[in-house]
Design a protein around this ligand. Structure first.
Ligand code: ADP
Ligand code: MG
Length: 749
């Protein structure tokens, strides 16, 4: 019998012939099919082989390697046999020195595996019984073999795979690692050496078979660097491509609609607004399309700046489109833009009694295009867009996805970036004969490294100051367990309304019409076609939603509350029809409604300057940035804003979070805190990269140094070798990343 030489193993090699049918099938169910997949599947945690049970403390969550030294089974009810649920299984485990009792209620076949001499990983909470520390019903993972002398000092624990032991995963990984001689490394040698990094293969060997925790840290740094580096190279190439793009220069004109708009603007632009405005004007005047991200505190006046850029585009003979993430926001923008523009938005039907800086042909039509337009209105809007008579078009993504034809699209403004990815920007670039200038506005301040990764192909501007005369908003945490505080909250609301002002009460879910406060239900507002909820993944926690305050229940509570007699209270949530929502917003904006009980649909962009109080019910169910965003809805005028964060929680971390929000009005600081607390993969994954697996090792906050260093190297390398001709492995890694992006984009549709 002749032995075929094994073809050499690469990351693309399929696992089955290497590790056998059963493990391969189990892993495949988890999406792990190739050598590369398995290597990238890092251990969830590590346990010391040399565990020390004597260090265990009551209340601690213990993870330890220990051997079974004795097993005893006795009946719970002495009159019956010690089998099944009536059996108590008492196992004694030992680390070689200290022993500890472990109790299981019921045997369930454990008696066949947990026998003296068996070594396992024990995971569970340490409790005291009869004055002794013990484990009750811990998780048990049998470590099939004794550790050999040359084995690493730490036992890797992988995420549980159905019907596959941890030890089988360890064996599979070992088999694979033993057969690999080298791996293609996208990080060039000189870059690796400059940073003293190990090779890709070395890093995988270490993370899967570590000798020490210090080794793991170094290996992880290497994997993170690679990830950051490949992404930064991709971004640097993208920027280089964009710099080669050509479009039409859109120069400002002296007596156009922008000048007329400025002349009637009821306030002075802040210095920051003026600087950004000048920058946008100069970038739009170039023949390279603008790609700019404008971020700024809630209420810092981004919309006005963007509108001025849109008017400049109109003056230059082009059109501007404003994309909003939801229908309600598109409507809101349409309303506020037409209000700000006044008769300049009538386009052609102008008559100026005061004649300020405008001739009769200055102005443009502002049209709204959303999915809920009737077919006649839609036809009219489409025609205005196609002929160019609509200079400004406001709408949702449908605007760029469907067969909407622009006469001459000069500028696209994207509001609230959450759902707008690189691929969509590409779709846009393809919209006209000349790629439009692009301005992305985000209301959530973005930490530097997120700007460098998620928005790494754009230049960034920041509005830091708020318009003069703004009084900073004050926030307090209100403990719902103290009835006097809760009552005081409603009194405060009533006082504010009596003083002529308005209030929001935000609830984590919608609930049902016949529901009253405190009654359980189970629906979180999905928002229908305009789901703002969960837009950044930090929305209401649905598993806990059962007992949380609902819009309906709180509405009823307030309507019946004696302190609020005569106060006009309305609702706004995602299960209302578009007309109902629009009407609720209009009534609130016009002051016909005093208190709006709403879900987080009001989170972004809603702008009613007379609203001064916001009460957030069950505030612990919202993320930090989301709360900051929400409270940005009040204190937008000259009156001081007040935000009351009501909570029934006594969980320490949740309360800390709320107090942090109450204590700071710095959106950047809060955004960092927020990212720290959340699984960053979620933030980037869900929001931007459509769940692609890259950035899986990288933490955008904690790995700032790595990201900055990787960016410098990437820029240098792309400058020297734009086509990556000398770096084929890097080139294919960049290509893979692009393919994943594309796949994720196509999946989202
Ligand atoms: P953002 O979009 O950044 O949250 P907006 O552009 O919606 O902020 O502005 C918030 C409010 O402040 C709006 O009512 C807007 O008209 C007003 N505003 C904008 N700039 C100024 C300014 N320079 N002075 C006074 N008010 C301003
Ligand atoms: Mg805004």
């Amino acid at each position: 019998m002749s032995v075929e030489p094994m073809p050499s193993v690469t990351e693309a090699t399929r696992l089955r012939p290497l590790i056998g049918d059963h493990p391969a099938a189990r892993l495949r169910a988890r999406g792990i099919e190739t050598v590369g997949d398995l290597l990238a599947w890092l251990p969830r945690r590590y346990v010391d082989y040399e565990s020390d049970l004597s260090a265990a403390r009551e209340g601690e969550h213990l993870v330890a390697v220990a051997d079974v030294t004795a097993v005893e089974i006795f009946p719970r009810d002495r009159r019956r046999k010690a089998v099944g649920r009536n059996a108590i299984m008492r196992v004694t485990i030992s680390d070689g020195g200290t022993s500890m009792p472990v109790t299981f209620f019921g045997t369930y076949g454990r008696e066949r595996t947990l026998m003296p001499g068996v070594r396992a990983v024990w995971t569970g909470k340490v409790t005291t019984f009869n004055g002794r520390l013990q484990l009750t019903s811990p998780d048990v993972e049998i470590v099939a073999e004794q550790r050999a002398d040359d084995e690493p000092g730490l036992l890797p624990l992988y995420t549980h795979v159905d019907r596959l032991r941890n030890s089988s995963v360890i064996i599979a990984v070992r088999v694979v690692l033993d057969q690999i001689e080298s791996l293609n490394d996208p990080v060039p040698v000189e870059v690796r050496e400059r940073h003293g990094l190990m090779t890709r293969l070395q890093a995988f060997r270490v993370v899967h078979r570590p000798r020490s925790r210090a080794d793991i840290a170094a290996a992880m740094d290497r994997l993170r660097f690679e990830e950051a580096f490949v992404l930064q190279v991709a971004l640097a190439r993208r920027r280089a491509d964009q710099a080669r793009d050509r479009t039409i220069s859109r120069r400002p004109v002296a007596d156009g609609v922008l000048a007329a708009f400025d002349a009637r603007l009821p306030f002075e632009l802040t210095n920051g607004q003026q600087e950004v405005a000048a920058l946008l004007a100069s970038e739009m005047a170039r023949e390279t399309p603008m790609h700019r991200l404008l971020q700024g505190e809630v209420g810092s006046g981004k919309t006005v700046v963007a509108l001025r850029a849109m008017l400049a585009a109109v003056d230059a003979g082009g059109q501007a489109a404003l994309l909003a993430p939801t229908e309600v926001l598109a409507q809101q923008h349409h309303r506020s833009i037409t209000a700000l523009m006044g008769d300049l938005a009538d386009g052609g039907l102008l008559s100026f009694e005061d004649g300020v800086g405008a001739g009769p042909d200055v102005g443009t039509r502002v049209v709204l295009l959303t999915g809920s337009l009737g077919s006649a209105a839609r036809r009219r809007a489409l025609s205005d867009i196609a002929t160019g008579s609509a200079g400004i078009v406001v709408g949702t993504h449908a605007l760029i996805q469907e067969g909407v034809e622009f006469d001459d699209l000069a500028l696209v403004v994207v509001d609230e970036q959450h759902r707008f990815g690189v691929e969509q920007r590409d779709a846009l670039r393809a919209k006209g004969a000349h790629p439009p200038h692009v301005l992305v506005m985000t209301a959530t301040p973005i930490p530097r490294t997120v700007a460098m990764t998620v928005f790494g192909d754009m230049e960034t501007s920041t509005l830091r100051e708020l318009p003069a005369g703004r009084v900073p908003i004050t926030s307090h945490v209100v403990e719902a367990s103290k009835p006097a505080w809760v009552e005081r909250t409603w009194m405060r609301l009533a006082e504010e309304v009596r003083a002529g002002r308005q209030a929001y009460v935000v609830c984590p879910r919608i609930g049902d019409p016949d529901e009253r406060a405190g009654a359980p239900a189970d629906e979180v507002d999905g928002g229908g076609d305009w789901a703002v909820e969960d837009s950044d993944g930090s929305g209401p926690v649905d598993d806990a939603a059962s007992a949380s305050a609902s819009v309906y229940a709180v509405h009823t509570l307030l309507v019946e509350h004696p302190a609020l007699a005569g106060v006009r209270i309305a609702m706004l949530h995602g299960r209302m029809t578009p007309e109902e929502k629009d009407r609720a917003m209009r009534d609130f904006a016009s002051g016909e409604v005093d208190v709006l009980v709403a879900t987080t649909v009001i989170e972004v962009g809603v702008d009613v300057a007379n609203a001064t109080v916001m009460v957030v019910m069950d505030a612990d169910r919202f993320g930090i940035s989301q709360l900051h965003q929400l409270r940005g809805r009040v204190g937008r005028g000259s009156e001081p804003g007040l935000c009351l964060l009501m909570t029934a929680t006594d969980a320490e971390p949740a309360l800390d979070r709320l107090h942090a929000v109450a204590a700071s009005t710095d959106g950047f600081e809060l955004a960092r805190l927020d990212l720290r607390q959340r699984r960053e993969g979620d933030v980037l994954g869900a929001a931007q990269s459509g769940g692609r697996s890259s950035l899986s090792f990288l933490g955008v906050i904690d790995d700032e140094d790595i990201i900055v260093a990787a960016r410098e190297d990437a820029v240098r390398l792309v400058e020297a070798d734009p086509e990556l001709a000398a770096h084929p492995h890097l080139s294919s890694a960049v290509q893979r990343l692009a393919d994943e992006d594309k796949a994720a984009f196509l999946e989202r549709g």
